[in-house]
Design a protein around this ligand. Structure first.
Ligand code: SER
Length: 317
């Protein structure tokens, strides 16, 4: 698992360790120290995915048969440093695909994103097959990543699979550097201070998914019968879709004095370039995708999970 210290990687590693045994899932991170639960439950390696020798060393040492390649620079950070986004998201991906091909790895999971879409994509329900003209470097690297994945399937027979993740909401590891991060930050602030200043406007509506569904989608796709898959590295997966104002309103059902203000910054333009929902019929038909959480159940669970760890620190508490 590259990117194992990140928002999705940390929880996916623990889920896979539970499924396949702690010693059988190697967590690989780069700069950030691993969380105790991750560090103490199984092997951890420091890997810079842009360094081919790092990737080779871990595949060799542990005789890896499946790679989950979660390491990536997300959309907002990618706009601040497009060169870094290219190096990590493309050079890193090529290293992982080449090393996997040469070492006969069975399966590679390469996440894609709703960031592959752009202003020309139909916004209310982005089709599986549609115009992919992203305006961010992150989106450019994700479109190229999907195409590389398909290329390795066709040219080398490597079993590459991937989902176009929407914004992922979770209560464990916070996200970093993404445009959809507000949908997580808002919960921490609502619980700790009762106030949040949102960096996109109230009408901004994006596809989102709760972490348990994200883990389920990833494992279900990886375990799907290969013969049933028409697509490989680019599945749309829908779950929920709400505006920032609707999220704030749902949180107010649990925290009635919660105040949300809006000060859009450069991330507004990124959000505006993405669709608000996706058509995920291919995922439903080819491998039985079905989400469990909606806005109400996700919000209730987020508040329950975070309230057990966080306390209110403002004067009103
Ligand atoms: N969560 C990602 C981002 O905001 C989208 O895939 O960059």
């Amino acid at each position: 698992m590259t990117g194992a210290v990140g928002q999705i990687g940390s929880e996916l590693t623990l889920a896979l360790r539970e499924r396949f045994g702690n010693e059988n899932v190697v967590a690989a991170g780069h700069r950030t120290a691993p969380q105790p639960a991750l560090r103490d439950s199984g092997p951890f390696e420091t890997v810079d995915v842009t360094v081919r020798e790092d990737v080779d060393r871990v595949l060799e040492t542990y005789a890896i048969d499946t790679v989950y390649h979660l390491a990536a620079i997300l959309s907002a950070r990618g706009e601040e440093n497009p060169g870094l986004a290219w190096r990590v998201n493309i050079d890193g991906l090529v290293n992982v695909l080449e090393a996997s091909r040469e070492r006969n790895v069975n399966q590679v999971c390469i996440p894609s994103s709703i960031a592959v879409f752009g202003p020309e994509t139909p916004s209310d329900c982005a089709p599986q097959e549609t115009i992919l003209l992203p305006t961010t470097m992150y989106g450019v690297t994700k479109v190229a990543g999907e195409l590389l994945g398909e290329y390795y399937v066709r040219r080398y027979g490597l079993d590459v699979r991937g989902l176009r993740y929407p914004g992922i909401i979770s209560s464990e590891t916070p996200p970093g550097g993404g445009t959809t991060d507000y949908a997580v930050d808002i919960f921490y602030q609502a619980i700790q201070t009762g106030r949040y200043t949102c960096f996109v406007g109230p009408e901004t509506r994006l596809p989102m998914m709760y972490m348990p569904d994200c883990i389920k989608a990833t494992i279900d796709l990886m375990e799907a019968d290969r013969a049933q898959l028409v697509h490989h590295s680019n599945f749309n997966v829908g779950s929920m879709c709400f505006s920032a104002a609707e999220l704030a309103e749902e949180i107010r059902k649990h925290i009635p004095d919660f105040v949300c203000e809006y000060e859009p910054d450069f991330r507004q333009a990124i959000a505006d370039s993405w669709p608000c929902n996706v058509d995920d019929r291919a995922a439903r038909e080819e491998w039985g995708w079905e989400p469990h959480y909606d806005l109400a159940s996700m919000t209730a669970d987020m508040i329950e999970q975070l309230s057990a760890r966080l306390t209110r620190t403002d004067a009103a508490a």
